[in-house]
Design a protein around this ligand. Structure first.
Ligand SMILES: Cc1ncc(COP(=O)(O)O)c(C=O)c1O
Length: 388
């Protein structure tokens, strides 16, 4: 059902809802983007409001290639970049490009729950692959692919988030990155690498992407400016082989509508050219690093010793593992009665019955004081999960 609200998220006074993986609205660069939009009209006039180049405006594509040269171990040539309306559209386009009806898409779980929603909108089978605390397990991937092939099913695509993963915050170690890319190349599997959180590294630079390690054209990387500038701009990008980019840019969707997000992409290019982009990323990183540290310190103070959690080096999320006998549904209800929200682990699994007792906390949207308060509410809910 479509609600009349202007935004997807609405704030309920008194509630601290750590279920939303969104930037803090007070950190969004409203004035800088207003100024950039004015400059776009000064520079481009009506061309800013025309149907755009299907691949995306060249100034933004050039910025993306320059930025990747700084943030990743490999940049892309302009022919390897397509501007999209966010990583979400990137995933939808990649699935359309790679998957035939009846094919199987693999995802390592836990994974971004709304990516599951996007993939489920396609006429395909979705199969989960187990991971450990660091990410996808290669022997499990091998086992699942072999088993599917013996059933004459066609595993064609693997969706994965190797860097500052949603929902755990963890990153895949270097040796497993190499092995994963090699496995995909040897098994005719296209990796769709969701690289949405690359810019938000708090301790050291983000690891090289799978795209950077790939020499066989087996990785399609999804990038996004939702977390490094603003989600409402709806600007992201794909890096892939020139052949894949060409097929997407000449497909019916972009032939009919032109560039996926032309005006926003021009505003972003103008904003980046002024140096505001790098400054904004630093602003987000400083704020979120403090929030992460505050949340981790509060968990240290408020969680029972039977509970463990991840210590993410980037991104938005901490994953909390609860004792095996925890009734997560009762805990979620108890937390709600304490005016606290989070996402229970089951949402991040293709098969929810296989999910462990765990939950995801997002630390991006709330102040350090709210995060400390939220953690004390979680501690109280854990003590009395049947209160609700
Ligand atoms: C892993 C991941 N991919 C994609 C998205 C959505 O990105 P976009 O706003 O660029 O479509 C999110 C947003 O939370 C995310 O966490």
């Amino acid at each position: 059902m479509v609600t009349p609200s202007l935004t997807q998220f609405t704030i309920t006074p008194g509630v601290i809802d750590l279920s939303w993986g969104m930037p803090d609205p007070t950190l969004l660069p409203v004035e800088q983007l207003r100024a950039a939009a004015n400059r776009v009209f000064d520079t481009h006039g009506p061309a800013a409001l025309a149907y755009g180049n299907p691949q995306g405006p060249p100034p933004l594509i050039e910025f993306i290639t320059r930025r990747l040269a700084q943030t990743d171990a490999r940049t892309a040539t302009p022919a390897e970049v397509l501007v999209t309306s966010g990583a979400s559209q990137g995933l939808d386009l990649a699935a359309d490009l790679i998957l035939e009806p009846g094919d199987t898409a693999l995802v390592d779980v836990p994974t971004y729950h709304l990516a599951l929603h996007i993939l489920r909108d396609h006429p395909i089978n979705l199969v989960q692959v187990a991971s450990d605390a660091d990410g996808i397990l290669l022997d499990e991937l091998d086992r699942v692919v072999t088993e599917l092939r013996t059933k004459n099913e066609r595993p064609r695509l693997l969706y994965t988030i190797p860097t500052f993963r949603n929902p755990t915050g963890s990153s895949l170690p270097a040796d497993r990155r190499q092995a994963l890319v090699a496995f995909a190349a040897a098994n005719d599997l296209v990796i769709v690498e969701d690289d949405t959180y690359r810019e938000l590294s708090y301790d050291s630079p983000a690891p090289p992407s799978l795209w950077a390690l790939d020499t066989a054209g087996t990785v399609i990387r999804l990038g996004s400016f939702a977390k490094s500038v603003a989600p409402g701009l709806r600007v992201g990008y794909i890096t892939a082989t020139p052949q894949h980019i060409d097929r997407l840019a000449t497909g019916g969707l972009l032939d009919s509508g032109g560039g996926a997000t032309h005006f926003s992409a021009l505003v972003l290019a103008e904003y980046a050219a002024s140096g505001d982009y790098a400054a904004q990323v630093d602003r987000f990183k400083d704020a979120y690093r403090t929030r992460r540290d505050t949340l981790l310190a509060a968990l240290d103070a408020h969680m029972p010793p039977t509970t463990t959690w991840t210590r993410p080096a980037g991104g938005y999320f901490v994953w909390v593992d609860l004792p095996p006998d925890t009734d997560v549904k009762a805990l979620t209800d108890a937390a709600r009665s304490h005016n606290l929200g989070f996402v229970p682990a089951a949402a991040f699994y293709v098969d929810p019955a296989t999910s462990p007792p765990a939950l995801r906390l997002a630390f991006s949207m709330y102040s350090p004081a709210d995060l400390t308060e939220a953690t004390s509410r979680l501690g109280a809910a854990l003590l009395t999960p049947t209160d609700a």
